[in-house]
Write a protein that binds this ligand. Structure first.
Ligand code: ASP
Ligand code: MG
Length: 421
């Protein structure tokens, strides 16, 4: 029976040493009840996104050389991992790249659909390499295709798992399981009708791990990271940060919702529903105590957490006929947001205006304008920064604000949110 799910993100498989480190961690553990969910290597997803734009925008058909940097990156990793150049993994990865290329050429497809059938190759390639490497290390890894188990709706680029379907498939996985280490992809799944590859949204591998854990009735999920757990701010952006040793599901979901990059925001719900604890552990030193997220319902005295979300678009929408921004207008507009897949990070209304802050996305912004512009004026600013403080205490934001111009501001008892140009 699979009882534990480990998730290894892009940074934990970014080069050959990182992959070797995973093997080291697994050898020191027991793997007979373990599934590992793995992301694309390093920045591969970004690279395929970029290639996708190039292929779609190119006037003439591009050659496979457009993928040469990405192929070389993976090739170099493989050459360091496999002594035997006849290992079938080299051919398998070459085939996957060819398949990726052929899919990139289908430039007339709907963008979201095209995105999913191409960007998913990052995970297919990484898990193929990692499973093969773990096999050479005596870890007996079995590669499975997440698309056979993680069944979703057909909302491309933001697919929603059908938990009942997933459960049926995944329970079969458990029935047939006899102690082998299972290796699968994060981020990807398959829609039921039409049957096609989907992705769960950027950084979605955490969510995949949670869906697998939920459906397999696992006892724990571990997300392996290059940091020592969850901190109250991103150490890359703030000088002094402190580790948060223990979080309730509720607090974790709030932090993730506001954009703390630690875990994907959809990850917590399935875990909370089955009371499965989530540990955030450091892959550089497993002896460091993890941050634990669980169903603890007592009092935890959280310190203020600082969350910075870059690349934000702020749209301001006003009815052309001077009607109020009332329930009817708001429900119409949010219906459109939902259809387009715009997730609001901050919302504010006034008599005549709805202001919504969301992650920059040119296509979604264009669709929004097209859908509402007959009845509403839409103005927008992009490349803004959204700054949130959870467990706000008077004045804690000052060092960050330092005389910068605040475009929008919102406070409640617990949090403050500021939007900066
Ligand atoms: N590879 C995907 C991404 O970079 C999914 C993930 O890493 O979680 O967004
Ligand atoms: Mg990631």
């Amino acid at each position: 029976m699979i009882k534990r799910v480990y998730k290894f993100g892009g940074a934990s498989v970014k080069d050959a040493d990182a992959v070797k480190n995973i093997a080291r961690i697994l050898k020191a553990d027991h793997t007979d009840d373990l599934m590992i969910v793995v992301s694309a290597m390093g920045k591969t997803t970004n690279a395929i996104e970029k290639a996708l734009s190039q292929f779609r925008e190119a006037e003439n058909e591009l050659s496979i050389n457009a993928l040469s940097d990405l192929m070389q990156y993976h090739e170099e990793i493989m050459l360091k991992l496999f002594d035997d150049e006849n290992n079938p993994v080299f051919q398998k990865v070459a085939d996957l790249f060819l398949d990726l290329y052929l899919n990139l050429l289908k430039k007339n497809l709907n963008y979201d659909y095209h995105y999913d059938i191409t960007v998913s190759f990052g995970e297919l390639i990484s898990t193929t390499i990692i499973a093969a490497y773990l096999q050479t290390q005596g870890l007996g890894a079995v590669w499975i295709d997440a698309r056979d188990y993680l069944i979703t709706d057909a909302r491309f680029r933001d697919a929603n798992p059908d938990f009942d379907e997933c459960r049926l498939k995944m329970q079969n996985l458990n029935k047939n399981h006899s102690g082998e280490l299972v290796v699968t992809q994060g981020f990807i799944g398959s829609s039921a009708t039409p049957k096609s590859t989907v992705t769960l949204g950027r950084e979605g591998s955490d969510f995949s791990a949670a869906v697998f854990a939920y459906c397999l009735d696992a006892e724990e999920v571990v997300i392996w990271k290059d940091v020592d757990g969850i901190r109250n701010a991103d150490p890359k952006k703030f000088d002094k940060t402190v580790k948060i040793p223990h979080l309730s599901y509720q607090e974790a979901i709030e932090l993730a919702f506001y954009g703390a990059s630690v875990i994907h925001s959809k990850t917590i719900k399935p875990l909370q529903n089955k009371n499965i604890p989530l540990k955030v552990k450091c892959f550089l030193d497993e002896k460091i105590e993890p941050t634990v997220i669980d169903g603890f319902s007592g009092f935890i005295d959280y310190c203020p957490s600082f969350i910075v979300k870059e690349k934000q678009t702020l749209v301001s929408i006003t009815p052309k006929d001077f009607s109020f921004m009332n329930e009817k207008n708001i429900s119409f507009l949010f219906g459109i947001f939902n259809e387009i897949g715009i997730h609001a990070n901050m919302i504010q209304t006034s008599a005549l205006m709805l202001s919504v802050c969301f992650n920059n996305d040119k296509m979604k912004l264009e669709s929004l304008m097209l859908s509402v512009s007959d009845k509403f004026f839409v103005r927008y600013n992009d490349d803004l920064q959204l700054f949130t403080v959870r467990h706000y205490r008077e004045g804690v934001e000052e060092a960050f604000v330092k005389g910068r111009k605040v475009i929008l501001e919102q406070r409640n008892r617990n949090s403050i949110q500021l939007v900066f140009a």
